[in-house]
Ligand binder design. Structure first.
Ligand SMILES: Nc1ncnc2c1ncn2[C@@H]1O[C@H](COP(=O)(O)OP(=O)(O)OP(=O)(O)O)[C@@H](O)[C@H]1O
Ligand SMILES: [Mg+2]
Length: 512
């Protein structure tokens, strides 16, 4: 969630603008994606009966390799407040075969949604949890000062233990527990003569004890308040305390890990083992700062109402969820390659999910009818028409991405927030080497990239990565020798390093 702007509140124009900061060109793809996203927000504003009728228009993005298909998905995911999942079609196998079944993408999306809602909820609970944690820390530092001492939490501080710790206040029969030693006044039944005397003494004793305890309580209370101030001022962050921590490890070796199809069973098994074993808790010595973090996480977990988080997550996944299926062309079956049972099987398995069906997940049953699907593929070996017809029909919106030319490369090298020239500049800056790219140098690199793409193979913007790497290889290698220097990358420098390679087709096949 960049700049705290939630995607749902952005107009299509604003979404495109956001994407523009990372992706050059590809206007129509950005536009379709933006409209599709906006339509979901629009749909939610409609009366329920109409809302149910409007199914999302799934998108198929088609374009050569390295032109920004995956990059658009990646950026959307970052922008997106809605549950968003990016998957590779090639990762799935037909139900019944070894591998992940396609329904697992819905389960994964649900996990994404759950985590979003969980994070939001915990953010709201933070203040409450912090208060509890402060008390818990004080209990560690000044034990026994809390009225309702939790017996199961065996906290003990390293220092500052007051000399007397009243645990249960003062019961009527003057039975007190002093630091664990039970102190019962002995009443002698037979010696009735001394009894009165004895009783009087007992009353006096009790009175004295009451006062002593009261004093101690006050002392503890003021010590506690002192520590509270220190805690808030961060003065005792490095002090060590002993706390009980639950070990994080879940279950033993994952026996089912190679059977993706069984991942639900695997989940269930893990839940079962951890439920049977119960949370393992052990004592650990940590600093106050660490203890605060551990206790806070624990409290946030305790305060969380998992059921309501699941419910809200389910609502968001069903209404706003987006699944990006990358490499869809890789599961298309061309006739020349013969019938590939497993691939068309995967396509068939995807059908009901895209069309709308229910999938059982850890957090409840999810209806997939309104989840938006965006599929993407280069389709250089296969065509969209090689997909099974039913699947083609379920992606009615087609957008084509343009292949990139030298002018695009020039912008890609410099404009995006994560532009390659910036990345290398930062990398070398860590070695105290400053590099500047001349405009001419950028121009020369872009032209070279376009040329090699034309002559050898078109790998789109990925060519820029190989060119950049070859260009700066020597500099990267010897960076320490240039520490403190500023190096201007000029057109001449580019020529020196790359021209021979670029002009020799065989060489560029291997190097660029
Ligand atoms: N239009 C663009 N603007 C900025 N950078 C781009 C653009 N297109 C590609 N890139 C860069 O090129 C690299 C590859 O792009 P991407 O992963 O999106 O390719 P793709 O279209 O998914 O290709 P493939 O079909 O091979 O998966 C990324 O690092 C990305 O930053
Ligand atoms: Mg890709």
């Amino acid at each position: 969630m960049e700049n705290n702007v939630v995607l749902e509140e952005l107009t299509p124009k604003q979404i495109v603008e956001k994407l523009d900061t990372y992706i050059i060109g590809q206007k129509s793809a950005k536009k379709s994606v933006a409209i599709a996203l906006r339509n979901r927000t629009r749909r939610l504003k409609l009366p329920e009966d109409i809302r149910e009728e409007i199914a999302p228009k799934n998108i198929l993005m088609i374009g050569p390799t390295g032109v920004g298909k995956t990059e658009i998905a990646r950026r959307l995911a970052k922008l997106c407040g809605a549950p968003f999942l990016k998957v590779e079609a090639t990762k799935y196998t037909e139900v019944g075969y070894v591998g992940r079944d396609v329904e697992s993408m819905i389960r994964d999306l649900m996990i994404v949604g759950f985590n979003i809602v969980k994070a939001e909820t915990q953010e709201k609970l933070k203040e409450q949890a912090q208060k509890i944690v402060e008390d818990e820390l004080l209990e560690l530092l000044v034990p026994g000062s809390k009225k309702d001492v939790k017996k199961d939490k065996d906290y003990s501080a390293e220092f500052g233990t007051p000399k007397m710790t009243p645990l249960f206040g003062i019961p009527g029969d003057a039975m007190t527990i002093n630091g664990g030693i039970i102190d019962i006044p002995i009443t002698l039944k037979k010696e009735t003569k001394v009894k009165d005397n004895q009783e009087e003494k007992n009353i006096e004793k009790t009175q004295a004890k009451k006062e002593e305890i009261q004093k101690d309580e006050e002392l503890t209370k003021s010590t506690r308040e002192k520590f509270r101030v220190w805690l808030r001022e961060g003065k005792i962050e490095d002090r060590e305390v002993e706390i009980m921590v639950s070990s994080q490890s879940r279950g033993g070796p994952m026996i089912f890990s190679n059977f993706g199809g069984f991942d639900q069973i695997e989940d269930a098994m893990q839940d079962l083992t951890s439920a049977l074993q119960g949370p393992k808790r052990k004592k650990k010595k940590v600093t106050i700062a660490q203890a605060r973090e551990i206790l806070l996480a624990e409290q946030l977990e305790n305060l969380l109402d998992v059921d309501s988080v699941s419910e809200e997550a389910k609502r968001r996944v069903e209404q706003m969820g987006i699944i990006f299926i990358d490499e869809i062309d890789k599961i298309a079956v061309t006739e020349s390659r013969g019938a590939d049972v497993s691939r068309s099987g995967v396509q068939r398995d995807i059908l009901p999910i895209v069309e709308g069906s229910t999938v059982n997940t850890k957090h409840g049953i999810v209806d997939t009818t309104h989840i938006l699907f965006i599929a993407a593929g280069a389709f250089n070996l296969s065509k969209p028409s090689d997909l099974i017809p039913e699947l083609q029909g379920r992606f009615p919106l087609r957008v084509e991405l343009d292949s990139l030319n030298a002018a695009d490369f020039k912008r890609i090298l410099t404009e995006p927030k994560n532009a390659l020239t910036r990345q290398y500049k930062e990398l070398l800056a860590t070695e105290n080497v400053t590099i500047n790219f001349d405009d001419d140098a950028i121009e020369r690199m872009s032209n070279l990239a376009a040329e090699v793409n034309r002559n050898v193979e078109n790998i789109g913007a990925r060519r820029l990565h190989t060119i950049m790497e070859a260009l700066l290889e020597d500099l990267s290698f010897e960076a320490d020798e240039y520490a403190g220097e500023t190096i201007n990358i000029t057109a001449k420098y580019v020529d020196e390093k790359l021209k021979d390679i670029a002009q020799n087709q065989d060489l560029s096949k291997y190097i660029l």
